[in-house]
Design a protein. Sequence first.
Length: 103
Amino acid sequence: MAAEFAVAVPAVLLVLALSAAALGACSRQVRLQDAAADAARLVARGDSMARAQNAVAGAAPDARLEVSRPGDLVCAQASAPSGIPFTGFGLTARSCALAEEAG
């Protein structure tokens, strides 16, 4: 009985730890998506890139922001590591907003 318990406990703890890390990654993805939407709106209305970067950094301090301007849109893509150990898995969120006309 003790041998089975000694084998089962580490396996159960590993599953629980990976489950908690996966939930954390899901939460980080939602925050990253919201931050990408905020950054796209900020840049579209003419605010500075620094302010948009701060919005993304609030979701994940190690996140990167890339902004593109296809046509009348301003698109923000935020990416960050997932936070799941030993996977190298990354998260990406993209959002676009209609650019305001100057004048």
